[in-house]
Design a protein around this ligand. Structure first.
Ligand SMILES: NC(=O)C1=CN([C@@H]2O[C@H](COP(=O)(O)OP(=O)(O)OC[C@H]3O[C@@H](n4cnc5c(N)ncnc54)[C@H](O)[C@@H]3O)[C@@H](O)[C@H]2O)C=CC1
Ligand SMILES: C[N+](C)(C)CC(=O)CC(=O)[O-]
Length: 317
């Protein structure tokens, strides 16, 4: 196992929205990247994604020597990982597929090299069942787009070697990410559990006609979302208590907040709710294509990262 600081070559397996985002991130941080994806149009899609991300990455500052030309798309999974010093798996979120793929990666990747899955919710314990050396399999859960959003959540499964978790956390830090290392498995990890709680309430309100999709989005972008890029929900609420901080905030508002806490069941994602959410998003896009929205989001995230002094580190230069 190389030390995390010495890694030069990374393999990305599965190259859609997230795998492609990882490829762009690792290239910008100066790594050689090999990628494999079974889709016939995968290479063209991947190169388009990297080209679209590159201006944003240039604005953030590329590591010395970083180049999109250091991407090699391989014909087979085995070629992609044969010389890799770290592997990031970003295949579709299907448990059987992940189990089989992680076992294949385990048998094709040099001994000792850590393999991380981008899964957004499966515990590694459930995914590492078919692998011969499950000790090196970890979850490295990113946020879209991985080339701009710093956070990665790292956690192992029951059969993961704790050293692999430590190694992966350190590697991601060297590669310019902000890392939360979890010492136990929680479905959805930390950030997705929080996002999903908000999403559940949003779906309830859309389903019952209490709010439109636009209302939901505006309520965050013009409201708490502005504060959350600076401080998390805990410190933000501590300020709601004035000089008394969180203790006063809980004494003052705790009892009245109990009622919003009680709507805990997930709403049924029936056709009516599905259609309302999809149509609401089309309406909110207001003629902007997905590519327009991606460019707008990237500009905004860079501005926030700059404004809050949180530009990523430099990686493998
Ligand atoms: N989309 C998102 O916002 C986020 C997704 N994730 C996770 O990232 C992973 C990938 O999700 P997306 O990129 O959104 O999906 P996607 O559908 O955009 O990309 C999946 C890619 O995997 C490829 N693929 C299909 N079968 C494969 C196989 N057997 N081996 C390797 N590649 C295969 C597909 O051709 C496709 O290019 C999932 O585990 C998902 O939960 C994590 C964080 C955020
Ligand atoms: C929607 N999602 C569950 C796939 C989202 C994530 O996993 C993280 C993100 O990018 O918000």
């Amino acid at each position: 196992m190389p030390s995390p600081e010495d890694v030069r070559r990374v393999a990305c397996v599965g190259a859609g929205v997230i795998g492609g985002g990882w490829v762009a991130h690792f290239l910008a941080r100066g790594y050689d990247v090999t990628a494999w994806d079974p889709a016939p149009d995968a290479e063209a899609r991947l190169r388009r994604l990297v080209d679209a991300a590159w201006p944003a990455l240039e604005q953030l500052g590329l590591a010395p020597g970083a180049s999109a030309d250091r991407l090699m798309v391989t014909a087979t999974l085995e070629e992609a990982v044969s010389e890799a010093q770290f592997v990031q798996e970003s295949a579709p979120e299907k448990l059987d597929l992940k189990r089989e793929l992680l076992a294949k990666l385990d048998s094709a990747t040099p001994a000792g090299v850590v393999i991380a899955s981008s899964t957004s919710g499966y515990p590694m314990t459930d995914m590492q069942t078919e692998a011969v050396t499950p000790g090196r399999l970890v979850v490295g859960h990113p946020f879209n787009p991985p080339y701009l959003i710093p956070l990665v959540e790292v956690v192992g499964g029951e059969r993961t070697d704790p050293e692999a978790v430590r190694w992966a956390s350190r590697f991601y830090e060297v590669a310019g990410k902000s890392v939360i290392t979890m010492d136990r498995e929680v479905p959805g990890f930390i950030a997705n559990r929080l996002q999903e709680a908000l999403w559940r309430e949003a779906l309830h309100m859309v389903a019952s006609g209490e709010a439109t999709v636009r209302d939901i989005d505006l309520s965050i972008t013009e409201g708490p979302g502005l504060r959350w890029a600076i401080m998390g929900p805990m410190l933000t609420f501590a300020l709601a208590g004035g000089e008394g901080g969180m203790a006063h905030m809980l004494d003052h508002f705790g009892p009245s907040l109990k009622s919003p806490w009680t709507r805990l069941e997930a709403p049924e994602l029936d056709t009516a709710l599905y259609d309302a959410v999809v149509a609401g998003c089309d309406d909110a896009a207001d003629g902007r294509t997905i590519a327009d929205l991606v460019a707008e989001r990237d500009r905004g995230v860079i501005a926030v990262l700059r404004a809050t002094g949180r530009l990523p580190g430099t990686g493998a230069e």
